[in-house]
Design a protein around this ligand. Sequence first.
Ligand code: FAD
Length: 561
Amino acid sequence: MSAVQPVSGSSQSATSQAYDSRAYDVVVVGAGFAGMYMLHRLRGLRMTARVFEQGDGVGGTWYWNRYPGARCDVESMQYSYSFSDELQQEWDWSERYAPQPEILKYANHVADRFNLRPDIQFHTRVESAVFDETANRWSVTTSDGKAVTAKFVVLATGCLSNARMPDIKGLAGFKGQVYHTGNWPHAPVDFTGLRVGVIGTGSSAIQSVPVIAEQATHLTVFQRTANFSIPARNAPLSADERERFRKNYPEIRRFAREEARNGIYTELPDRGALDDGDNERRSKYEARWQRGGLTFMSVYNNLALDKAANDTAADFVRAKIAQIVKDPDTARLLQPNSHPIGTKRICIDTDYFATFNRPNVTLVDIKSNPIEEILPHGLRAGGKDYEIDALVLATGFDAMTGSVAKIEIHGRNGQTLNQKWAEGPKTYLGLMSAGFPNLFIITGPGSPSVLSNMIVSIEQHVDWIADCVAYMRAHGFEAMEAEREAEDKWVAHVNEVAATTLYPQANSWYMGANIPGKPRIFMPYIGGVGPYRQICNDVAAEGYEGFAMISAEQPRKMVAS
Ligand SMILES: Cc1cc2nc3c(=O)[nH]c(=O)nc-3n(C[C@H](O)[C@H](O)[C@H](O)COP(=O)(O)OP(=O)(O)OC[C@H]3O[C@@H](n4cnc5c(N)ncnc54)[C@H](O)[C@@H]3O)c2cc1C
């Protein structure tokens, strides 16, 4: 078997490392959209910063996920930075949902336009970060065998950046190529003439299956859980459409930040699904189905809250699947029944369900016929052997905490973040964790992150962190730390809000349910990006309420602004 692996670094301890002569104000881990914008803001504050990125280029998600069919599911005119009006006015998106190569090109354009590369060190994994309580500084060790110190560390490590390799008997003995969608080779992969197996039916599979099916001699899709998917209705963007957006950007961006629950500019629903009669409701769902995209879930205001309301949307989509897929048994298997619609990240597709009408595509239900083992030239499931030449693992990510957990982070009293989070991540506002001073997380657990247009959430966190470190500098604070009481209250609030919704009913990666042994906690904050932003702004306006500010003269005491 051969699979592309991320660089893995040395496991030397901090003490045996050769220290870089430079000490930085800030170390940023990761050069995706979060790390790049963080660097740009720190430059503006005239702070010294070093970004470490394990990949060989910028772009994060869009650097790693190069599988066929990969594209964004939030429309490109909105899934883009808003911090620079020149940037958003000059960049031309070619399609409603840009494909991965174009998003990666955009990331590279941003890196060049803002001259970010000189402060980014590629091909370098951050292995550990250890807080020195006397100096109030972090020692950061990297896979090149070096170490640096910094006053602040910002984890811009991404919520969906730690690809999950499934633990299947025989995988190592497979004789063909093995690919993970989240860690795809940089050279094009051609499946022509091959019998391909895809394991998993989440978003990456839903995007890649129709494209792989066009190349492969035969494609077998191994499905454990059927997922809801809405047609993307992708199409080229005309110059007029781009212009309309550009003219209205001030209002579109304001709405996405302040009013939308998920950071997407769309109509806000004013009624519940059961307030309309059957015909009215069906025609509204039909209109959104025809429009395509993620806004299907915002037809009504109670789809995430009320099971009976949710059932009306789920039934509509199940009926669509039955209409599209010709073989009734395959259609039944593709109809999701195990979770309310939208409680797993809803997928957006181009011809996913219709692909199962092709003669060269087979769907295998591995819930009732579990995979027993991978054979040298195939796969055995439910006592049946399937001949396979190439295997695609669309098995997702150890989401939200996976990449943070891979770094050995020691806070106060030597406690590691993994020890502290053993029963689930605990943060105040998703930004900091008590006991780990001057360590920020961008789109961390406890913030809206993956429930939103992530660039909106990334920009909000970066701006908050930049303002915060500028405030600390202006007031002479050495360190800042979430207070335990504030953190406990926030964790309780995150859980309470989640419990009022249908989300915890799904075995989703939001809950950590795709990783054996991971605690079942609803990780993102579902209170909406607008209200959440307001809370963060209020906290800052109150002199960073709930955070202890520590100055050289008054160690570990809350200091008023
Ligand atoms: C296929 C796919 C499609 C998506 N589509 C959308 C979409 O349409 N809309 C949306 O809102 N979101 C989408 N997302 C979510 C996407 O992850 C975010 O939108 C966004 O790109 C995250 O940016 P980031 O910088 O926070 O993290 P990432 O892009 O994940 O970047 C994190 C970087 O940190 C690096 N890193 C991690 N650990 C270390 C370490 N220890 N040392 C050094 N480097 C490290 C990684 O290599 C990576 O490059 C999608 C995700 C996937 C996987």
